[in-house]
Design a protein around this ligand. Structure first.
Ligand code: AMP
Ligand code: ZN
Length: 429
């Protein structure tokens, strides 16, 4: 099923023509109305009129997180303030937040993209979507909410947390679809299993998981516990929030809506564009945003473009699961490690429960604290010793550094609402 079949299956040549026209328009508006871009074009040799093909985008400088911060609050706005109808912010961990503005048109366009995503995964008007993302300044919940209303499903604006209440809502209103972070989905599954609830007694059919990196193993774990389809959902506030890229029913990479965004993959060190199929940092340019167009935004997210045609018929190319953020990577004993590598190993081990934490003690010491399933606390020490050895060995094989592993009872580690904090770096505290 399609929401806008003509555009979702558009011929690639047509798509590229449309992209170029929209790119030229975006650059022209940005260079006239946004002081930051005006300045860039004034100082550089390249002028908006020099962009005559899509490849010419490589001549333009990048926009970085720091640029959005430096121009907080209104510096990146391309329209008069009267045209703005919504503010979101994206905080990050340090310094000033980034302000993200939406005009009426932008709110509608973001909802259109979500509508495409929902219909693509088989949602119908009689579905019930429980939105467990954080409502408020964060884009995750509201943007999904508006898109789901556009499709006509019943939306339950539950927000995250208060897990028992979530379960009652799911039971009482026969929720079919969850919008949830992977870490909260894992936690929800642990609460349901402790309460002796059987997911088959619920009406759940699918879940959209996004907002933080997770592995295929985590997807499988959640799919098999709830007996549902899990679809990967990617977005970032700077580009509307959710609905930038989303999986279809093939569940093999996320279609990135190329009529709304130009995507590039670059080598994060050199800034050079990489060919399709190579891993690197995703760079996005908005093509339809009115209030706040952004050119060549460095997302810091590591992924690759999957060039092959998708069986679903959509022509918009897919990106792979996000492998990590270039700024999430940490180094132990000189080895580069992404938290997700550790997650993948842990979630592939059956006895491991839902929560874990990585503690970086010193330059050569990493402790992985893992909650294990209750059945293993049967008082038999050799079970625990064997499991611990198995985890140490599997982690060493994956990341090439031998970690210390601590096994914990379920419920020992803190549970976060919103994005989970997985890495505690004591070296920088
Ligand atoms: P925010 O701007 O707060 O919405 O955060 C956006 C960031 O969340 C992205 O740049 C990614 O690092 C991360 N993110 C969002 N969706 C996913 C996903 N499906 N997989 C991995 N990371 C994600
Ligand atoms: Zn597809």
């Amino acid at each position: 099923m399609f929401w806008q079949k003509d555009i979702e299956t558009i011929d690639r040549k047509e798509l590229e023509k449309l992209q170029l026209k929209r790119l030229q328009n975006t650059i022209s508006r940005a260079s006239k109305n946004i002081p930051f871009y005006k300045d860039i074009f004034a100082k550089s040799d390249i002028k908006p009129k020099d962009i005559t093909s899509l490849r010419d985008i490589e001549k333009l400088p990048f926009t970085k997180t720091e640029d959005l911060r430096a121009n907080y609050p209104f510096g990146m706005l391309a329209v008069p303030k009267e045209k703005v109808v919504r503010l979101h912010t994206s905080s990050g961990t340090t310094g000033k937040p980034k302000a993200i503005f939406f005009s009426k048109k932008d709110v509608n366009q973001a909802a259109e993209l979500i509508a495409r995503c929902l219909i693509m995964t088989g949602v119908k008007k009689d579905d019930v979507l429980q939105n467990m993302m954080t409502y408020g300044l964060f884009t995750g919940a509201l943007v999904m909410h508006y898109g789901a209303e556009k499709v006509g499903v019943l939306v339950i604006p539950a927000g995250p947390g208060n897990t028992k209440k979530q379960i009652s809502l799911m039971q009482d209103f026969k929720t079919t679809t969850l919008h949830i972070t992977p870490s909260y989905a894992l936690y929800l599954s642990s609460v349901m299993s402790n309460e002796g609830l059987n997911p088959s007694d619920f009406s759940l059919r699918r879940a959209y998981l996004g907002s933080e990196p997770y592995s295929e193993e985590t997807r499988k774990k959640i799919e098999s516990f709830f007996n549902i389809d899990v679809y990967n959902s990617y977005g970032l506030s700077e580009m509307n929030g959710p609905g930038v890229a989303f999986e279809c029913t093939e569940k093999n990479g996320m279609h990135l809506w190329e009529d709304n965004f130009i995507m590039e993959i670059i080598n994060p060190e050199t800034g050079k564009t990489l060919p399709d199929g190579e891993k690197g940092e995703l760079v996005l340019t908005t093509l339809c945003r009115e209030a706040m167009p952004i050119i060549r935004y460095r997302t810091r997210d590591i992924t690759m473009i999957i060039p092959e045609k998708c069986r679903c018929g959509r022509t918009h190319r897919r990106i792979s699961r996000i492998i990590g953020r270039s700024d999430d990577m940490f180094i132990v004993k000189g080895v580069n490690i992404f938290p997700q590598q550790i997650e993948r190993v842990l979630m592939g081990i059956k006895a491991v429960a839902q929560n874990y934490q990585i503690v970086l003690e010193s330059y050569d010491r990493m402790i992985v604290r893992v909650e294990i399933s209750r059945e293993l606390f049967d008082g038999r020490v050799e079970h625990l010793v064997n499991l611990k050895n198995e985890i140490v060995e599997k982690l060493r094989a994956e990341v090439l550094v031998r970690p210390d592993v601590e096994l914990l009872e379920p419920g020992t580690l803190p549970v976060t609402e919103g994005k989970a904090v997985r890495v505690i770096d004591k070296r920088t505290l």
